[in-house]
Design a protein around this ligand. Structure first.
Ligand code: NAP
Length: 254
């Protein structure tokens, strides 16, 4: 089935900017959006890994532009958006996916661990969202997709910084949805459960086994599971959906 015949409709002619596109879920989302017909601006700090994602995108026949930037740096974020507009002329879809963990029990958490996670995950999402607001409002269309986490809804011992950042992303998403709806700019969040990437690879086998047992579907997700929902939220199939949070967790959060 070609991009233009997808059951979700086509993203042909749409321009998408994906943060954290150098690996994991971000790479999966970028590739899936390209397969659905979008051209891509790819953002992360690691230029080499970003170039590998760009190759996956161009292999689908779509264009890719790499914009190396730290999502927590206001100036670099503004530059990344300007560069994307220079190259492609518009931004239809923003996927705020870049994120980090720095786990510790609250009693031992350092200010640096707290700040780093809140700054990259929540402030980074805010900075990119603010930067695309003007062009999307002028276009009278846009889809902002924020990658949250079920931890932002359920909480998790040892991840108070991460949970707060992801809960904040959900609250930000709902507020942005209300602010921009009248301009036909939508904002939704995806809350993944346990997805196999570098981020989850560092857990011990024992923890992974326990996690798998707790998941009603008894298996971990893969980046393509999250990417499929991102393609849906990016396109016209979801044109009347805004301010929503879609869980992709194999039933872990029901
Ligand atoms: N894996 C899971 O089970 C899971 C579950 C729920 C939610 N999530 C969320 O899904 C998103 C992607 O996670 P993942 O599992 O794919 O993680 P990952 O494999 O560790 O990838 C994280 C991505 O974020 C980028 N990134 C980190 N800090 C950045 C910064 N300051 N500026 C720009 N880019 C930055 C990294 O690129 P560079 O290092 O090249 O900058 C990388 O591309 C995150 O928001 C995560 O919280 C993941």
């Amino acid at each position: 089935m070609g991009a233009s015949q997808s059951v979700l409709g086509t993203l042909d002619g749409k321009i998408a900017l994906v943060t954290g596109a150098s690996r994991g879920i971000g790479r999966g989302i970028a590739t899936a959006l390209a397969e659905a017909g979008a051209d891509l601006a790819l953002c992360a700090r690691d230029a080499e890994k970003l170039a590998e994602t760009a190759e996956l995108v161009t292999n689908t026949g779509r264009s890719a532009e790499c914009v190396v930037a730290d999502v927590g740096d206001s100036g670099s974020v503004a530059e990344a958006v300007v560069r994307t507009l220079e190259v492609f002329g518009r931004i239809d879809v923003l996927v705020n996916n870049a994120g980090v963990t720095d786990d510790n029990l609250l009693i031992r958490m350092t200010d640096d661990e707290w700040e780093r996670v809140i700054h990259t995950n929540l402030t980074g999402t805010y900075l990119f969202t603010r930067a695309v607001t003007k062009p999307m409002m002028k276009q009278r269309s846009g889809s902002i997709i924020n990658i949250a986490s079920i931890i932002g809804i359920m909480g998790n011992a040892g991840q108070s910084n991460y949970a707060a950042s992801k809960g904040g992303i959900i609250a930000l998403t709902k507020s942005v949805a209300k602010e921009l709806a009248s301009r036909n700019v939508r904002a939704n969040a995806i809350a993944p459960g346990y997805i196999e990437t570098d981020m989850t690879e560092e857990l011990t086998d024992e923890v992974k086994q326990k996690m798998r047992e707790a998941i009603p579907m008894k298996s971990f997700g893969v980046p393509a599971d999250v990417a499929a929902v991102a393609v849906f939220l990016a396109g016209d199939a979801s044109r009347y959906i805004t301010g929503e949070v879609i869980n992709v967790s194999g039933g872990l959060l029901i």
